[in-house]
Design a protein around this ligand. Sequence first.
Ligand code: PLP
Length: 405
Amino acid sequence: MRAQVQWLPADWRKIMSIIQERDKNFVAGTYKRFPVEIVSGKGSIVFDSDGKEYTDMGSGIAVTSFGVCDEEWVSAVAKQASAVQHMSNLYYTEPCGRLAEMLCEKTGMKKVFFSNSGAEANECAIKIARKYSSDKYGDNRYTIVTLKNSFHGRTLTTLSATGQEHYHELFKPLTPGFVYAEAGNIEELKKIAIENNAAGIIMECVQGEGGVLPIGEKFAKEAADFAKKNDIILIIDEVQTGNGRSGSLYSYMEYGIKPDIVSTAKGLAGGLPLGATLMSEKVQDVLSFGDHGSTFGGNPVCCAAACSVLSRIDEALLADVKKKSEYIFDALSGADGIESVSGMGLMIGIKTKKPAPEVVEKCMENGVLCLTAKDKVRLLPALNIPFEVLEKAIGIIKEACKEDC
Ligand SMILES: *Cc1c(COP(=O)(O)O)cnc(C)c1O
């Protein structure tokens, strides 16, 4: 339904097709795009070039933590952009240190390395785990245990860390030194770690791309205890789960574990590229001068954006995230056409009887943007989505899941 078509220039179909044609001709064909161009928005509402309104239940894949064009966010970004937008890491800029201090104060971690994406935040984490181990134990202790069905990024090394064979197939040989264990099976994890003389374990508390599957508190705690006893570096990948999305600042806090390294990105800067690798006391001095670097990492505009985002993730907001999460679970669990609902906080996976892409398509038609993850419909709304907006979107999603719809 193109409800507001009368607002458009007479040749809107031609303009749209030119935009899509150009994109198809000149942008690498790695994404299957919907035939929709988003041009503007406010909070959780976005508009396409056709003037059609959508409720955004994907937040650019957990990136726009406070929605689109949020006033506070825009003002933090504009202020820094008009002061200095970039300097090399050879000089000090104020937002970088301010953000690192905020991250450390809020987590108890001791040092932060900034990069530009989730994959890079994980690369850094893996480098720290390997160097910690080689400094202390010599050359033959470097393997990282990762979980099957995990997702850690698209660079060759983070692809190797990703425990899903179909991502590996076309890009072999992979980076050596990764082995895969089943989430939930602690005995297998221990066995694999010992047999391979592991230096690190990397895991997501909720496997996002893997289908929005929480690994469970018991398994997370047992893995953390095991890692600690054996001086194996525990890396928690908070790229998707982090920055308030789980209902805690970071999802490991929901499980009461203490990682040695935390990686995060996506929602951290609310819509600008920023990755962060947080280091605990144990590993804070592993990287020294010249060991790692990034041209853009710690960019002042991205860091100013992240300071603004983090300063707003307080107890009240987190309580609200939990309340909205409960509402979604209650509204969807057991509904017509829905087999199960999984996730944590505002990171929700819906197993539908109909194929997930069909549900997403139907939702889009009816003005709600959703994502998929494996065979699930995935929801990652903005943390501050107004309750009435959420309610309306969930109503539309629920309707789209019905088998006769
Ligand atoms: C998205 C994601 C990544 C990769 O982040 P990029 O910014 O795309 O490099 C890594 N880990 C997890 C858990 C993710 O969800």
